[in-house]
Design a protein around this ligand. Sequence first.
Ligand SMILES: NC(=O)C1=CN([C@@H]2O[C@H](COP(=O)(O)OP(=O)(O)OC[C@H]3O[C@@H](n4cnc5c(N)ncnc54)[C@H](OP(=O)(O)O)[C@@H]3O)[C@@H](O)[C@H]2O)C=CC1
Ligand SMILES: O=C(O)CCC(=O)C(=O)O
Length: 481
Amino acid sequence: MTEIFKNLIAGEWAASGNASRNINPSNTNDVVGEYAQGSVDQLNDAVAAAKAAFPAWSRSSPQERYEILKKASDEILARKEELGKLLSREEGKTLAEGIGEAGRAGQVMAFFAGEALRLSGEMLPSVRPGVGVEITREPVGIVGMITPWNFPIAIPAWKIAPALAHGNCVVIKPADLVPGSAWALVDILQRAGLPKGVLNLVMGRGSVVGQALLQHKDVHAISFTGSVATGRKIAEACIASSPMKKVQLEMGGKNPLVVLDDADLKTAVEAAVTGAFFSTGQRCTASSRLIVQAGIHDRFVEACIERLKGVVVDDALKSGTHIGPVVDQSQLDQDLKYIQIAKDEGGKLAFGGELLKRETPGFYLQPALFTETTNSMRISREEVFGPVANIIRVKDYEEALAVANDTEFGLSSGICTTSLKHATHFKRNAEAGMVMVNLATAGVDYHVPFGGRKGSSYGPREQGAYAKEFYTTVKTAYTLA
Ligand SMILES: NC(=O)C1=CN([C@@H]2O[C@H](COP(=O)(O)OP(=O)(O)OC[C@H]3O[C@@H](n4cnc5c(N)ncnc54)[C@H](OP(=O)(O)O)[C@@H]3O)[C@@H](O)[C@H]2O)C=CC1
Ligand SMILES: O=C(O)CCC(=O)C(=O)O
């Protein structure tokens, strides 16, 4: 009989009536595993366990939190090849990308192990004589986490680690499409010594488990990464609940990469091709809008096409693969729909966009590059979340900046230029949470803030020391001496 990976509730692996098959998008005949589909009852049990664990965990010593997170980090890093392989098998990013992401999860754990030791507060004199003021940070309480399929281990890691470091208890619902990596992460953390109930995993559908998490009165905060549509529903549910829940949303992007006439061509092509198409373009930071100045435009298009001809799309686990498959049929349908929309709008398909056949049945799509597009077309305005990008020609830097900012999103924004003046001006004036100079818009560090503006993000930043803004609440205490 096939093993069913269970949910973790109150420190015990709990069976549930239903399970779903985790399918390898590089080979749909390959079942990665069967994973429990949690019920509303299990979710309620998980929240109750977190609530019971909270008084002790919120008062646990920084040393205990440090040791658990550090131990988990050590195991993740020691097993990163195996975890990376599992990740690539369930999500479809290449083995190198999968191992890289597993390593990143290990580094995130190590960073937040250190953060547990850096908890701090302030003591100030009051404006009233004889009174002292202390400002401290306390954990928020029970944090619910709803995570997407595109970073199956890194995103759960960068939400769970700061939550635990700051003394919160957690109930996480990972994406139903890719539960394996989150399951492995939770297993590692539990064995690293977390007290029962501090971290709970309930796999299953967003419409069942996710909804119940949002509606639970004992959940104090929700951290979400995923689509704009779901993010909006989550924010509404958090505001509507009584008491209101603190909420943090990381959503989509339509990230511009500006290429100026004075850019180094090789650097610009590398930033564009890796940023737009690697990880199958399934990154909220993907460089999906390439805004190119007229003087370099034709040379840039030609060089991108040459670069793309050398890109191998194949089984994620095969050596030599640069781009793995699309994650599933529904995402593939969305990618193909947008390729058709771009054609219908008058965009010129300069490269790719074809379905590919490989040795194994999988969702293989050749990267699609459109030219002759404008910023008002749907392909420039809506997130595709696949290996699809379009080039918009502009006359000068001023137009490039205006086009880059003319979007409802504001996650990551990039420029390729050798002009210090333009790079400096762009860093100051790009309406985005993250700005890249001569780098792809995708691919960020784990120890600094991550997040955007406008429709891309809501609430405090994730990652780095700034993560404490979401995972703690500030208390001001006055004492008469
Ligand atoms: N910014 C980003 O990083 C990401 C953006 N996306 C965008 O979203 C599109 C659709 O992808 P999809 O995976 O469906 O993204 P969703 O936003 O729908 O899913 C993200 C997470 O939210 C859960 N969820 C869905 N509906 C609800 C709900 N009503 N209440 C609570 N939780 C819910 C999902 O559960 P379930 O497991 O059932 O899906 C999943 O865990 C992509 O094509 C892409 O454009 C997707 C992933 C990441
Ligand atoms: O580009 C990155 O490194 C991170 C991207 C990301 O977090 C996302 O796509 O959800």
